[in-house]
Write a protein that binds this ligand. Structure first.
Ligand code: G6P
Length: 592
């Protein structure tokens, strides 16, 4: 959740401008506070609560001297967002500086013990125990690397840790457990970062250290030691994304750029067709499928269930990753467990994947090469959305859906659906072109406090996703419901103040959904219908309507009808003056 970067340059330039640039690329991981520590004869630290730009205007990170250092952007977990809780954290001599991502379950116990031993704490974070423990082991005679190794023996929980010490000049040490960390080999120096997109401009050859390994970065290179202190040799992976892909390119916000990139994300993901075929051939007969995911990826999973059950007739479960542990373990070697994640790092999904691996085939549908799930699953379909910076998933969602349609089409040997997918980028483009119309419409949603989204069949997960987009970036309470379920409770909430967005493509379920639309209308709701262009009856029955090309088949609706709902949420957010890329309290990568 927090972002971490460390860098040591080969030349004698100051590292701070590079560190600042890289950590700014990670603002999507957390934006509660920012801090840098560099070494220039001694460790210098600047850190404060606030957004990166505001804090930099105040502190001017870029003028810090020193050729190596570490940086952090925080998503508060233990300890409120304050200046004191901002990283880097120091030991009480100020000679060791640490940045950390993750959560330490036993920090209170460790902290109490360290206080008893006479060490004083300045923050209320879990992280601060780390520099104190390193210091304790250095005082006992260990060098920085081994003091870090001894420290992690004491820690329970998840962590990516990067540390420097004034007593071991020219060295950065790093380690991880259940939190991502990549080592980067650049022309100008060596890098460590919680996400490789942060360092793309400088280093695209990356290695992900394994749990328990310690990486030592110096100006001469990166050395990795395993738990027994043996040197580890591993070939770097080349990241194909470029730094340009992660720039706004004239768009006001990344989210709008990413919505516009959706036709390309889908088109590029269709290129995975042969890979999907190969995977299914290798797995052989699949008797049951279980999708596991969180958030938007969970909504993609529901579409996956409907698709696979209807096309292939294979029973299919969908489980929210954080609930996986509580489900009966009825899967076996004939079950294909599919894990969907844009980041490939989500802690709950990763835990479930590790567990499922013991019995079943595991397939990860992920967007980030080299991510934990990408590395650990038996099979991978990499969605080709490119880097997504906006916290609210958009293009990665449509790319996930594309991968799911390829999977369902391949398993069911339904070439027709795979052929139909080729038309989808064009339909998405048409939907994105409705931007101005939706922008105008959004003005009427600026003052609402609640909203309902309804859909049936393939449109049900669209309703869920539309509601999620609205609530996460506009902070308006929104709920997605299966249209037929509304009368079993929520209908009691419908009145003139309740806008209801009804996703109603043409097809077998149209008439049933229309009945639901009339039910809410009869209770005074103002209805926004997302339906098929030219449907005058629907238009006359709704207060507003967003029209989609009537040629979009019902079964492919999730790939197209989702787009206007993303745009609606986006424009309401911008009108309200909020930043859609960085919704409060949320983060792009949830590693806890
Ligand atoms: C966070 C992100 C969401 C995402 C969810 C699951 O909440 O903000 O956009 O849907 O995590 O993440 P994953 O990386 O597993 O898809």
């Amino acid at each position: 959740m927090c972002g971490i970067v460390g860098c040591i340059l080969k030349n004698n330039e100051n590292v701070a401008p590079i560190l600042f640039k890289c950590i700014s690329n990670l603002e999507y991981r957390g934006y509660d506070s920012i801090g840098l520590a560099t070494y220039d004869n001694k460790i210098n630290v600047k850190k404060a609560k606030g957004k990166i730009k505001e804090v930099n205007d105040e502190l001017n990170f870029e003028n810090m001297a020193g050729k190596y250092g570490i940086a952090h952007t925080r998503w508060a977990s233990a300890g409120r967002p304050t200046d004191e809780n901002a990283h880097p954290h120091l030991d009480d001599t100020g000679r060791i500086a640490v940045v950390h991502n993750g959560t330490l379950e036993n920090y209170t116990e460790l902290k109490n013990k360290l206080i008893e031993e006479g060490r004083s704490f300045e923050s209320s974070t879990d992280t601060e125990v780390i520099p104190h423990l390193i210091r304790k082991y250095v005082d006992e005679g260990l060098d920085l690397e081994h003091a870090l190794r001894k420290t992690i023996e004491d820690l329970k929980g998840s962590y990516a840790i990067v540390a420097i010490s004034q007593d071991e000049v020219g060295k950065i040490v790093a380690t991880r457990k259940d939190s991502p960390l990549s080592l980067g080999f650049g022309k100008n120096g060596y890098y460590v970062a919680s996400d490789s997109p942060a360092i793309l401009e400088y280093a695209r050859d990356v290695i992900r250290p394994k749990e328990g390994e310690i990486a030592i970065l110096t100006e001469d290179g990166i050395v990795i030691h395993d738990e027994d202190d043996n040197g580890v040799k591993r070939k770097p992976t080349k990241i194909t994304w470029t730094a340009d892909m992660a720039r706004k390119e004239g768009y006001e916000y990344f989210m709008l750029k990413e919505i516009n990139e959706q036709p390309l994300a889908v088109k590029n993901t269709l290129g995975q067709k042969n890979n999907v075929k190969k995977i299914i051939e290798e797995i052989g007969e699949v008797k049951r499928i279980c999708f596991v995911a969180c958030g938007t990826s969970y909504h993609a999973s529901i579409t996956g269930k409907y698709l696979i059950e209807s096309l292939a007739g294979i029973p299919c479960d969908v489980v929210i990753a954080s609930e996986f542990k509580y489900t009966a373990k009825t899967w076996n070697e004939e079950t294909l467990m599919v894990f969907i994640s844009q980041s490939g790092e989500t802690a709950d999904s990763l835990t479930a994947l590790r567990y499922a691996k013991e019995t079943s085939h595991t397939l990860a549908i992920v967007n980030v090469a080299g991510s934990a799930m990408w590395e650990e699953a038996d099979y991978v379909i990499q969605t080709q959305a490119g880097p997504e910076i906006g916290v609210a998933a958009t293009k990665t969602y449509l790319a996930q859906l594309t991968a799911i349609y390829l999977l369902a089409g391949t398993i069911s040997k339904n070439d027709e659906i795979i052929d139909q997918l080729n038309e989808v980028p064009k339909y998405i483009e048409e939907a994105v072109a409705k931007s101005d119309e939706i922008k105008a419409l959004s003005k009427r949603y600026n003052f609402v406090h609640n909203a309902f989204y309804l859909g049936r069949g393939f449109s049900y997960p669209i309703a869920l996703e539309g509601a999620l987009k609205l609530k996460e970036i506009t902070y308006v309470h929104a709920e997605g419901y299966a249209a037929g379920e509304l009368k079993h409770g929520p209908l009691a909430l419908i009145n003139e103040d309740m806008p209801v967005i009804v996703v109603i493509p043409p097809g077998d379920d149209y008439n049933k959904t229309l009945v639901n639309l009339e039910e809410v209308k009869a209770r005074g709701a103002s209805v926004l219908a997302v339906g098929s262009e030219g449907n005058e009856d629907l238009k006359s029955k709704s207060k507003e309507m967003i029209s989609i090309n009537p040629k979009v088949p019902d079964i492919l609706a999730p790939l197209v009808y989702t787009v206007p709902l993303q745009l609606l949420a986006y424009y309401v957010t911008v009108d309200k003056g909020f930043n859609p890329d960085q919704p409060k309290n949320l983060a792009k990568v949830i590693t806890v």
